[in-house]
Design a protein around this ligand. Sequence first.
Ligand code: FAD
Length: 346
Amino acid sequence: MVQKRVLIFAEQVNGELQPIGLELLGSGRLLADKLGATLSALVLGSNIAHLASTLIGHGADEVFVADHPELAQYRTLPYRRVMTDLIKSWPEPPHTILLGSTTTGRDLAPRLAAHLETGLTADCTDLDIGPFEYSNSKDPSKSGLFRDCLYAIRPSFGESLKARILGPWKNPQMATVRPGVMVPLPWDGSRRGEVFQVPVQLDPSDLSLQIVETVRNLSQTTDLTRAEVIVSGGYGLGSPEGFELMQQLAACFPNSAVGSSRKAVDSGWIPYAHQVGQTGKTVRPQIYIACGISGAIQHRVGMDKSRTIIAINKDSSAPIFKFAHYGIVGDLYQVVPEMIRQLQQN
Ligand code: FAD
């Protein structure tokens, strides 16, 4: 019997798995269970054999490891070739392929889709499997009942609608998924899976681009997607100095970071790396404290899956109070210093 697969691409940097790979496994597990499929993970890099057990512990049934010095750092052409060669070597293409909506995933996914001659739904925030009945009078060959269709759900029209995008006519059905929206499975050391080495055969033309130096972007050091507590400031701060207060509140919590609304970023008060929302980062911390943020839909979509949302706003009719778990109506310049004082005492 031909094996049905859901394949996820697990990104690594310097031998360290990136959170998105584990998030994709969490989502991929649900899809694979619905399909009765194998959940496969593919990781590319150099000296990365140790990553397979982590991927299995987080839900993969099988892991394909492409380990080669030329794959040490991400480059489009070698990665694309190794992935395409592997997928084409299988008797059946995977049912679904998932990549992260990260810098790497956004570069790689469309090229992979083109080489596999299939479609791609980018920047999804939810995924599901379900039946889909379609009638096309102009092209009856496309009509029919598709039992196992990937429902790729993504915000559209400025995030005011959630579009379900379907392409069941050809496998693989492909999607990229926003970091921070899917929940990884807890580690289970008792899980067992198979590990396969992927043969790497590169063409000299794949290596035309050489990486000379990698420079860390210091403004990107704020890893909002990993923080457990985010203190976010909006236009209600009134000035860039307000973010010093946000820093002080964040410093009261371990593993915390400072976020912001776009209006604060556009005002030049804080770098873009801190922006949360539709055109910023999607976050899901344990606690999100929104200070002087009105709660516009474009901000909300990036943070409303946070476990606990606390809003501080002087306007009791601000939209953020409609979805915050706790709300404080008041001037943030009175409320936040008092919060800091109380937290420092405890
Ligand atoms: P405002 O809406 O001006 O709200 C400021 C709030 O502060 C008010 O509610 C006010 O009552 C309160 N306030 C003022 N002073 C105080 C005080 N002293 N104490 C307490 N409260 C006070 N926005 C994002 O955030 N992220 C995005 O990714 C994003 N993407 C966008 C994409 C598109 C295509 C578009 C069209 C818009 C996008 N926006 C985004 C912008 C979004 O629509 C809002 O304009 C923005 O979120 C508003 O930011 P804000 O809440 O900080 O400011």
